[in-house]
Design a protein. Structure first.
Length: 64
């Protein structure tokens, strides 16, 4: 039986076209030292690079 890797499921989501989407790391604390520009750009979700996405998609056999 195939199982979903829950650690991957919590950190990544599949877009409508099947690409993996991730959040920017490092924005839960110590935000006073980070620039407004840096914080603003961190709010946008990023796509996972295709080379990294292949093994991660294998961890999500049923999608999300």
């Amino acid at each position: 039986m195939q199982k979903t890797k829950k650690s991957v499921a919590k950190r990544f989501k599949l877009s409508a076209k099947g690409k993996l989407v991730r959040r920017t790391p490092g924005f839960r604390h110590l935000l006073g030292s980070k620039s407004t520009k840096q914080k603003r750009r961190a709010t946008k979700d990023k796509l996972v690079a295709e080379g990294h996405a292949v093994p991660l998609k294998r961890c999500l056999p049923f999608g999300l």
